[in-house]
Design a protein around this ligand. Structure first.
Ligand SMILES: Cc1cc2nc3c(=O)[nH]c(=O)nc-3n(C[C@H](O)[C@H](O)[C@H](O)COP(=O)(O)OP(=O)(O)OC[C@H]3O[C@@H](n4cnc5c(N)ncnc54)[C@H](O)[C@@H]3O)c2cc1C
Length: 438
């Protein structure tokens, strides 16, 4: 058994930034299912939104609400937008290199459903640039330990108070980690789908665990399909970033005719592509990147150009086949504006959490920002928490809670993970049916 002040589950941008924003006197453990770098945060291509100036506030707010079908929580949206410059300042201080012009000013790009250029980027590997810097800063902290290849199998709770987690370690041993505060930062649910842009090990474990402990969930049937992933024989669908379309790439049907406005919100565009594929009797549509000047294409999207080349497509000379795939999860463990769940001492941040910011559909490049903004709020809330705010279990009561944990219950990890996947999918289907009827 280990003891710590805060245990953070997940080493994506939300978990890492939360750790960096917590007081240095807290002892923090980050446990993560795979290697620390294997998170969706490393895969983010397009960029991260920032409020450029007061003049853009209204239109940024409106774009976010419009993409989310006006089901967004307005206060969450306001918090996200208003906090964006502060988060960007932190990132620059951590060493993140966003693209700048010759005069040293930040440069901005645009993606689908954005009415203005307001997206910061680093080539087409913005997530890697942000998250590798966060990870490097975390590794410098003496109060934070990162434990890789370690999976949260459950939380430990009694009387709706969380006291830590149960994990399977790299050597397959099971262990309890007792913590005053637990933060779930376990990312999305792409691993539940055959075709997804996500890492396969992201299987919505926090959702299954929440269901098991009656922690509230929200909108878990709100799942975003990305309209354009490369149609190729790959285990993880490769994203052709929306900013490619923002910079002028076009979509064609099988006759090589445009059939849609490429900058529609993702869900609307996905529907249009699927309809076109059905009409044409094809498994994909074509995307033309040659509409972007070649030097700009190579400078802004080197990763996409290179990956397509490796898969046999020279985007400077030919169109590429693209198809929609599961990409993002708008729903999740229900949290308040400080990322607190319905269980005491349990927080959720990043894609795993739902504070309503995205509504029914996420606006491109809002997710890195949302993850960071609300991870920082979680850290500030944890730091501000007075011990008396919740009647924490006494040492004796804690010992009793731990005694109720029988590690033998978790011995068949494979079976447990299978049942977790099933429970999450069944819950998504149940909510879908319920909403259809309602
Ligand atoms: C291909 C791609 C491109 C994207 N592009 C953009 C973009 O341009 N702009 C943008 O804003 N967003 C983008 N996104 C979305 C964005 O990357 C994610 O929403 C965001 O990074 C989520 O961060 P996170 O910290 O919540 O989760 P993640 O970064 O996914 O991290 C989750 C962590 O949890 C760990 N974990 C999971 N389950 C467990 C468990 N049971 N026990 C222990 N650890 C566990 C994982 O190992 C991982 O470390 C993109 C996503 C993908 C897949």
């Amino acid at each position: 058994m280990k003891k710590t002040d805060v245990v953070i589950v997940g080493s994506g941008c939300s978990g890492l930034y939360c750790a960096l924003q917590l007081p240095k006197e807290k002892q923090i453990l980050i446990v993560t299912k795979s290697q620390a770098e294997n998170s969706d945060s490393f895969l983010a291509q397009g960029g991260m939104c920032m409020l450029r100036d007061e003049e853009d506030y209204k239109s940024y707010f409106e774009d976010t609400m419009h993409a989310g079908h006006y089901e967004n929580d307005k206060k969450s949206v306001e918090i996200m937008i208003r906090s964006s410059q502060d988060v960007v300042k932190d990132l620059l201080d951590y060493g993140v290199r966003f693209q700048k012009d010759d005069a040293g000013n930040l440069m901005f790009t645009r993606e689908g459903a954005h009415s203005q250029k307001r997206i910061l980027f680093h080539e087409d590997v913005t997530g890697k640039e942000i998250t590798s810097n966060l990870l490097a800063r975390v590794r410098e902290l003496p109060n934070v330990t990162v434990i890789e290849n370690t999976t949260m199998l459950d939380i430990i709770s009694r009387d709706n108070i969380c006291s830590g987690i149960v994990v399977e370690k790299e050597n397959h041993e099971l262990e309890e980690i007792i913590a005053e505060v637990t933060v779930m930062a376990t990312g999305g649910i792409g691993g539940l789908y055959q075709h997804s842009t996500n890492f396969h090990h992201l299987t919505g474990d926090a959702l299954a665990i929440a269901l098991r402990h009656k922690v509230e969930l929200e909108n878990i049937n709100y799942i975003q399909i990305h309209p354009t992933t490369l149609y190729a024989d790959e285990s993880r669908s490769f994203l052709i970033s929306e900013s490619v379309r923002g910079e002028g790439a076009k979509l064609y049907d099988k006759q090589m005719n445009r059939f849609v406005d490429e900058l529609l919100p993702r869900d609307v565009l996905t529907d249009a592509i699927l309809k076109q594929m059905e009409k044409d009797g094809t498994d994909f549509v074509w995307e033309d990147l040659r509409t972007i000047p070649e030097d700009e294409l190579k400078a802004h999207f080197p990763n996409i150009v290179q990956h397509c080349l490796e898969m046999g497509f020279d985007v400077t000379k030919e169109c590429i086949p693209v198809v929609p795939a599961q990409h993002y999860f708008m729903g999740g463990v229900k949290v308040d504006y400080n990322s607190k769940t319905s269980m005491e001492q349990l927080y959720a941040v990043g894609e795993t959490a739902c504070n309503g910011v995205h509504g029914k559909n996420r606006l491109a490049s809002n997710s890195l920002l949302e993850s960071l903004v609300f991870a920082k709020r979680a850290a500030k809330s944890i730091a501000a928490e007075k011990p008396a705010a919740v009647q924490l279990p006494t040492a004796k009561a804690l010992a009793e809670v731990c005694a109720t944990v029988n590690l033998q219950d978790y011995k068949d990890v494979e079976m447990l993970e299978k049942s977790y996947r099933k429970q999450v999918m069944e819950e998504i289907e149940r909510v879908n049916r319920e909403k259809e009827i309602g």
